[in-house]
Design a protein around this ligand. Structure first.
Ligand SMILES: Nc1ncnc2c1ncn2[C@@H]1O[C@H](COP(=O)(O)OP(=O)(O)OP(=O)(O)O)[C@@H](O)[C@H]1O
Ligand SMILES: CC(=O)N[C@H]1[C@@H]2OC[C@@H](O2)[C@@H](O)[C@@H]1O[C@H](C)C(=O)O
Length: 383
């Protein structure tokens, strides 16, 4: 959303900041598609290896902030990248910037990776160019915090014909190496959308978005005025899964697209099909839709172990269903010593350093980009 000349900024300020350090203290920011809030994580890295983990923080969107972001998201879906952007984006971007600054508080670092809030994501499809939009002004954060900021991580990949997501896989590879994990490991994130990276003996093989994460289930719970998500999977456990309905949903064109593919949070618009279902049966069917769509991708990977990260790992109904549908061992991030809530924020800290060093952040095997590509724009604080 932010339009400025990154190259001029870079040239004028590049000398004032440490560009050639062996190791960087990098702070990553993630505000995911579930619109629940902002995660902050600090890591030490050279853009290849992880040397350690620092402080973390989080900040939830207030009810009013969430209303503004949801309105902008709805406007984005109606807009579809056609014509001038809706007016609501500017106000939503103010919210995104402010909540990120608040979440960081007194934390500081050499470099910040600011993912921003994905408001609309159209990967390239049927020879149509892709477009993706993350709200968040790198300039605001850089000036307010006095630290160089890398932002707009996805545009370069999409412009090159890639899916624009997932970008975390190269970080997943570094993390598996850091933890000395051998064998065929699937690092699975279950957020609003689910995505997986296959890492064999510390080497990234391929990655993709799998399909729906918690997104449709969250929407179902909200539309039934039963809260904002199915806490601890209690409703999903109570219901009966409609397998015929899931098979029908799995016929959607998204699942026929080749891997790697990426999705928008609102691509799985299936709630109309659940009219007349009880709250519990709808929840069970949506939890199983998430688990089965993941299991289908995992089948292609001949995986030894699935390491589940993201908020969905807290839904035991989804994790149990996944366990049933896959032959691999299913464990949670914490079982290998990782912070399952902070992985994505850590990833954008890592990617910021890679971007600073002009290293690739996306690959043919992760986003379908024609060649390994760097990405992200760097902006320096005004003196
Ligand atoms: N205790 C819990 N029980 C069940 N589900 C939970 C629990 N805690 C979190 N969740 C689920 O996790 C979701 C948030 O997950 P997360 O923060 O990983 O998503 P995100 O980062 O916003 O999404 P994405 O990864 O797609 O960008 C919530 O919306 C909810 O569905
Ligand atoms: C367009 C976009 O923001 N996609 C997110 C979303 O949330 C999960 C999944 O869909 C993933 O592809 C991506 O985020 C993670 C951090 C990624 O790029 O790896």
């Amino acid at each position: 959303m932010v339009i400025f000349s990154a190259s001029n900024e870079r040239e004028s300020r590049v000398k004032a900041y440490p560009m050639d350090k062996d190791r960087y203290i990098a702070l990553g920011l993630m505000s995911g598609t579930s619109l629940d809030g902002v995660d902050v994580a600090i890591i030490e890295t050279d853009g290849f290896e992880i040397f350690g983990f620092g402080d973390t923080a989080e900040s939830n969107f207030s009810k009013d902030d969430k209303t503004i972001l949801q309105a902008a998201t709805q406007d984005a879906l109606d807009w579809g990248f056609a014509g001038p952007p809706p007016n609501s984006f500017a106000r939503a971007e103010d919210v995104v910037d402010r909540v990120h600054v608040d979440a960081i508080g007194a934390l500081t670092a050499d470099i910040i990776g600011y993912h921003g809030q994905t408001i609309l994501h159209h990967p390239p499809l049927n020879s149509q160019d892709g477009q993706t939009l993350q709200l968040g002004r790198g300039r605001t954060l850089a000036d307010e915090l006095g630290v160089p900021v890398v932002y707009d991580f996805r545009t370069a990949d999409v412009s090159a014909g890639g899916q624009g997501a997932p970008l975390a896989p190269i970080y997943h590879e570094a993390l598996c190496r850091y933890s000395g994990l051998s064998g065929r490991n699937a690092v699975l994130n279950i957020g609003g959308v689910s995505n997986v990276s296959l890492i064999e003996d510390g080497q990234l093989q391929w990655a993709t978005d799998c399909g729906p994460g918690n997104g449709p289930l969250d929407s179902w719970i909200v539309s039934n005025s039963a809260g904002s998500f199915d806490r601890d999977g209690l409703l999903s456990f109570e219901g009966v899964v409609d397998h015929a309905m899931i098979n029908q949903w799995l016929e959607q064109s998204f699942f026929a697209r080749p891997i790697p593919r990426s999705a928008d949070r609102y691509d799985f618009d299936v709630l109309d099909d659940l009219q007349g279902y009880s709250l519990e049966d709808g929840a069970a069917t949506l939890a199983a839709f998430c688990a089965q769509s993941i299991a289908t991708v995992l089948e292609a990977g001949n995986v030894d172990r699935v390491i589940v990260c993201g908020g969905g790992r807290r839904n035991p109904a989804i994790v149990t269903m996944l366990d049933i549908h896959t032959d691999a061992e299913v464990i949670r991030a914490e079982d290998v010593g990782w912070d399952g809530d902070m992985l994505e924020a850590q990833a954008f800290a890592y990617l910021a350093v890679r971007s600073l060093k002009n290293l690739p952040i996306s690959f043919p095997s992760t986003t379908g980009a024609p060649a390994p590509k760097t990405g992200g724009r760097i902006i320096y604080p005004k003196a």
